[in-house]
Design a protein around this ligand. Structure first.
Ligand code: 5GP
Length: 178
């Protein structure tokens, strides 16, 4: 796997430090609010598990799965729910946990969908953001790192279902997907 990586962008130490900072902020912001953390599968799951281990207040967990890129590196722009949430979020404080915001279309869709269920609030927490790639206005409340437009893998992020188990985030060599 390691031979397919052009460059390590964020190593384990940098990621873990940032995850702890975000967890501390969430713990402070949601004291006595028992928020529902909704993780977007599958990419967000490694970030989620490290994050919640460092959150010091009670939280409820749920998961949502959406249609993804398939085995390519370009967004289809079409978002479809493959697995819906189980919890009733009406009147609840919702935190969406995502791996990366690219065009922002996925999060816009989720945000609009959740809004119809009348939660008390919705905030967005993403490990990575590609600000130059946004195609819609998106407000990120908790952000790990901004990255460029390169295709990145590791720490939950895949290419063709591979590389999710790398403990760091790296740029994939172009020859792997071209
Ligand atoms: P968006 O709807 O914001 O364009 O796309 C968000 C989703 O696209 C992410 O949740 C992720 O699954 C995928 N994605 C976007 N950029 C990358 C990337 O650089 N690497 C990987 N592995 N997935 C990406």
């Amino acid at each position: 796997m390691i031979n397919d990586i052009k460059e390590v962008l964020l190593d384990e130490t940098a990621i873990q430090k940032k995850v702890k900072e975000i967890a501390r902020q969430i713990s402070a912001d949601y004291n006595n609010k028992f928020p529902v953390i909704i993780c977007i599968l599958k990419g967000g799951v490694i970030f989620l598990t490290d994050l919640i281990k460092n959150i010091s207040i009670p939280v409820e967990l749920d998961f949502m799965a959406l249609s993804s890129y398939g085995d390519t590196t370009k967004s289809s722009g079409v978002v479809k729910i493959k697995k819906d949430i189980d919890v009733d979020i009406a009147g609840r404080h919702v935190i969406i946990v995502e791996d990366i915001v690219d065009s922002g279309l996925t999060l816009k869709y989720i945000n609009d969908y959740f809004t119809q269920h009348k939660p008390a609030s919705i905030k967005i927490c993403t490990l990575l953001d590609k600000p130059q790639a946004h195609k819609t206005k998106i407000h990120i409340d908790y952000l790990g790192f901004e990255v460029g437009n390169e295709f990145v893998v590791g720490y939950g992020l895949d290419y063709a279902q591979k590389y999710r188990n790398l403990p760091y985030i790296g740029i994939l060599k172009e020859e792997i997907y071209s």
